[in-house]
Design a protein around this ligand. Structure first.
Ligand code: PMP
Length: 440
């Protein structure tokens, strides 16, 4: 067991002044222990305020493709911060970053910057509604597009509240939704083209945009069926619906050009965040000159005090510069380490008689505690033993391994074979532990 004395003290102090003691719901402790209080981090490791060391596979929920405090990013940020921290005016770095995004991302001819993913999703949906003159958006069950009202539906709904699997109904993710918020939203099951086609037929002429995570990373890690992705592309093109890829996780993480490059299907509009600025808050929308025209001409409003903040842009120029220079060579070791990690966990589970399923293309890995042979859609994900998945995360934290509590693991270029060996040894210890075997 870890010594968490100082973490517990801070948590108690925090709860007196921060609602719930944390600054984002996802950081609530999922175990009896206090949430992680980080003292500092470097490369693939972080240290808590009690001096415990962890191999970090959370990586800030995905942004740290290069690990913590990569020297190039630190140097770029330090250089810029001495030249001013925010201008709310144009500068050379934003042109450099926009050039890099347009070079790397297949759908990108023009971009606009924001600070976080939720904001950029908001901008993309507004643009799609304006461009089509239609009012509704179709999202898929299990997909997450940030915490703003129009999309805070059907992320992790209880299946018994969510309607038939092939015709789900919108389930609010939170109380406090405005009156009629669900009226602007249509929900469809993912990876089910016939169901999608039928739902689109029923809403003919009403749908402005279809939005999806091209690789579903917020309800397990589920790849799109190639024929599904191609089918969605064809159908949305035929109906004049804006196809939006939410690449907040997949962007610059799966491949230099994100999920659209990895899967070979180009959307009309895409949203990026997380990995694009090496751990600094930056997001953007990117699309063809045609689709971006209403923003370019000032007809659709897009704003933000901190948009293209120069410190953040310095980080992005450094991160995207490395991606642009190294290209796919940067990703192959990430995929390889991810495969080694997933394969090693699966092997140790088999040896210990634990039912585990692993998935994910490598820069992202998912570990499910389930005896299912595959998890292919949200309803199947909802049937996974999520308490046990959470239990594995908690037990691994005690062993110095930090993974996302729902079983997701992010890899960075800073992770090396020693990290993977250490992680697999910890997994083996947990699987052999009678207390863990007894379950939650
Ligand atoms: N889209 C996806 C796919 C995400 O995973 C997230 C955040 N996890 C968001 C949007 C929202 O991004 P942010 O938290 O930066 O607002």
């Amino acid at each position: 067991m870890r010594n968490l004395t100082e973490s517990a003290r801070l948590y108690e102090a925090a709860r007196k002044v921060i609602a719930g003691g944390v600054s984002s719901d996802i950081r609530r402790s999922t175990t009896a222990a206090p949430p992680l209080y980080v003292d500092h981090a470097r490369g693939s490791h972080l240290w808590d305020v009690d001096g415990n060391e962890y191999v970090d596979y959370v990586l800030g929920q995905g942004p740290l493709l290069f690990g913590h405090s990569h020297p190039r990013i630190v140097e770029a940020v330090n250089r810029q911060v001495a030249r001013g921290q925010t201008y709310s005016a144009q500068h050379a770095l934003e042109v450099e970053v926009a050039d890099l995004v347009c070079d790397l991302v297949p759908c990108a001819e023009l971009v606009r910057f924001n600070s976080v993913g939720s904001e950029a999703v908001h901008a993309a949906l507004r643009l799609a509604r304006a461009a089509t003159g239609r009012g509704k958006v179709l999202k898929f069950e299990g997909h997450y597009h940030g915490w703003y009202d129009p999309v805070a539906f059907s992320v992790h709904p209880a299946p018994d509240e969510a309607g038939p699997a092939d015709r789900p109904r919108p389930v609010p993710s939170t109380p406090g939704q405005p009156v009629g918020a669900a009226d602007g939203l249509v929900i469809a099951p993912w990876n089910n083209l016939p169901a999608l086609e039928r739902i689109l037929d029923e809403h003919a002429g009403e749908i402005a945009a279809v939005i999806m995570e091209p690789l579903l990373c917020n309800s397990g890690c589920i790849e799109p069926h190639p024929e599904f992705l191609r089918g969605v592309r064809e159908r949305t093109r035929r109906d004049g619906i804006v196809l939006i890829f939410d690449e907040v996780i997949t962007g610059f993480r799966l491949a230099p050009g994100g999920g659209q490059q990895w899967f070979g299907v180009v959307p009309d509009l895409a949203v990026f965040g997380k990995a694009m600025a090496g751990g600094f808050p930056l997001s953007c929308i990117a699309g063809s000159a045609e689709i971006m025209r209403p923003i370019a001409e000032g007809k659709v409003a897009h704003a933000g005090t901190f948009n293209s903040n120069p410190v953040v842009m310095a980080a992005a120029a450094a991160a995207l510069g490395m991606i642009s220079k190294e290209g796919d060579a940067l990703y192959e070791p990430l995929r390889e380490r991810g495969r080694r990690l997933a394969g090693g966990i699966a092997e140790r589970a088999r040896a210990a008689g634990v039912d585990v399923l692993t998935a994910g293309p490598g820069p992202i890995v998912q570990v499910y505690l389930t005896n299912r042979p595959a998890v292919d859609d949200y309803r199947e994900y909802a049937a996974v033993d999520r308490a046990r998945t959470l239990g594995l995360h908690a037990a691994l934290l005690d062993q110095g391994i930090n993974s996302v509590s729902r079983g997701l693991w992010f890899l960075s270029t800073a992770h090396d074979d020693t990290d993977i060996d250490r992680t697999l040894a910890a997994v083996e210890r947990v699987f052999a532990d009678p207390a863990w075997q007894a379950g939650p």
